[in-house]
Design a protein around this ligand. Structure first.
Ligand code: BTN
Length: 311
């Protein structure tokens, strides 16, 4: 019911009378009004005027599936939970009965970052989303999907905000020199190859950072429903291209979006190697010039630190 009402408001593009919305749904005007109040409570701005009806001014901040679905091009299962441990866990749990889907949460009580770190996921502070997909690529190529996803997320953010989104290899999204979003990809392998991949993405929208974190983290204040929808469409556009042509078509844009330059240190376990960033190859590996040697590092195996131009 809520979804149909929201779709009508959105499709009207201007005022639509209460009668026009409620009659086909077989509900009273009073019942409609209650739904409108609930959509407003989710952060939508809806103008109401006597005799003219209702007008959707801006979509809900809370990216519930029933709102997000009204804004996407791709036909995909979208699931929303008000609260969950981690949307990556939700996607993995669903994988036994679902081929492909999107899992969104209003908050995560146990949000996960890379390298075992936590991802702070408070309500109305970010979009927390995981994609469940089944690439047919060989396992060693799947790491590339994370880089393609990073490019897709930059596109999604830039479609809504007047910012330049850059990438700290392999998959941190950097805005104004600070991290605004991160990606945690988990793959499930079977005897036959890749069973499924869960690509979890967190974008800070209204999160506030204090103390030391304020030096390295930032938020991009955009509407939650519109951002979630843009993330879904851009992700599945990219996934389709990745499946057809691999990572190579993304790499020019990835290079242009690189937030890293100059001298960097690559950490791998207890080892560390410093050098000058020489670029990225078409498989998404980082190339480091160490004296006369050119060394190649594969995403997922190393951590990056640097002196200039990135966090
Ligand atoms: C990182 O930069 O360390 C990766 C952060 C990934 C966070 C997202 S939020 C949605 C999904 N669920 C999780 O628990 N983590 C990812």
């Amino acid at each position: 019911m809520r979804e149909q009402i929201y779709r009508q408001l959105k499709q009207a593009g201007g005022f639509i009378s209460g009668e026009t919305v409620s009659a086909p749904l077989g509900i009273t005007r009073a019942a409609l009004w209650k739904h409108i109040r609930a959509i407003e409570a989710d952060g939508a701005v809806i103008e109401s005027a006597p005799k003219r009806g209702y007008r959707l001014v801006s979509p809900p901040e809370i990216p519930r599936a029933e709102y997000v679905r009204a804004h996407i091009r791709h036909n995909v299962v979208v699931v929303y939970k008000t609260s969950t441990t981690s949307t990556n866990d939700d996607a993995k749990a669903a994988a036994s009965g679902l081929a492909e889907g999107v899992f969104i949460a209003g908050e995560q009580t146990s949000g996960k970052g890379r390298k075992g770190r936590a991802w702070v996921s408070a309500p109305r502070s970010g979009v927390y989303m995981s994609f469940l997909v089944r690439p047919v690529s060989e396992p060693e190529r799947v790491a590339g999907l994370t880089l393609a996803a990073a490019v897709a997320m930059c596109r999604a953010i830039e479609s809504l905000a007047d910012v330049t989104a850059r990438i700290k290899w392999p998959n941190d999204i950097i805005i104004g020199g600070k991290k605004a979003a991160g990606i945690l990809t988990e793959s499930m392998l079977s005897m036959d190859g890749v069973d499924f991949v869960v690509c979890g993405i967190g974008v800070n929208t209204y999160a506030r950072f204090e103390g030391a974190l304020a030096e390295t983290a930032t938020a991009v204040p955009v509407n939650g429903t519109l951002l979630a929808a843009a993330m879904i469409d851009r992700f599945f556009d990219a996934f389709g291209q990745f499946e057809q042509s691999g990572l190579a078509p993304f790499m020019d844009e990835f290079r242009q979006r690189s937030a890293i330059f100059g001298t960097v240190t690559v950490l791998s376990g207890a080892d560390s190697q410093s050098g000058v960033l020489a670029g990225y190859d078409d498989d998404g590996a980082l190339l480091l010039r160490c004296g006369a040697q050119l060394k190649r590092f594969v995403a997922g195996e190393v951590t990056l630190r640097g002196d200039e131009g990135y966090v």
